[in-house]
Design a protein. Structure first.
Length: 121
């Protein structure tokens, strides 16, 4: 499920905190801070999308992510590769290696990762 840009920003804070009450989320948001009702609405949408869950503690809700940052980013990256690189991870890797101007050390690290993946097969 996709998150809006605003929901995604809120989710980044929730991933960092792991669990948080609305008041704690508001405290870590950058200025100018959105209204409490705005953040509550965003959380409701994220719950409806099954990205966030909560536990009741008295009358308060403690929110937590239901999807990992890595899992969410992996799906987002796959959608981007499908959309912009004709579903070709190799085309994306080529673009990434060329456009990010990786230095020799970074290229060697990337090569080590690829070699480990090849050895797993």
């Amino acid at each position: 499920m996709k998150l809006s840009a605003t929901e995604e920003q809120l989710m980044h804070h929730l991933w960092k905190l792991k669990r948080a009450y609305l008041k704690e989320l508001l405290a870590v948001l950058p200025d100018p801070k959105p209204a409490k009702t705005t953040v509550a609405t965003l959380l409701k949408r994220m719950i409806d999308k099954d990205m966030v869950g909560y536990e009741l503690h008295g009358n308060s809700r403690q929110y937590y992510p239901k999807v990992s940052k890595r899992g969410y980013f992996g799906k987002k990256l796959r959608r981007m590769i499908d959309s912009y690189f004709d579903a070709s991870p190799a085309a994306f890797a080529s673009y990434f290696a060329e456009s990010t101007k990786l230095n020799r050390t970074q290229l060697e690290e990337l090569q080590e990762i690829i070699n480990r993946k090849l050895e797993e097969e």
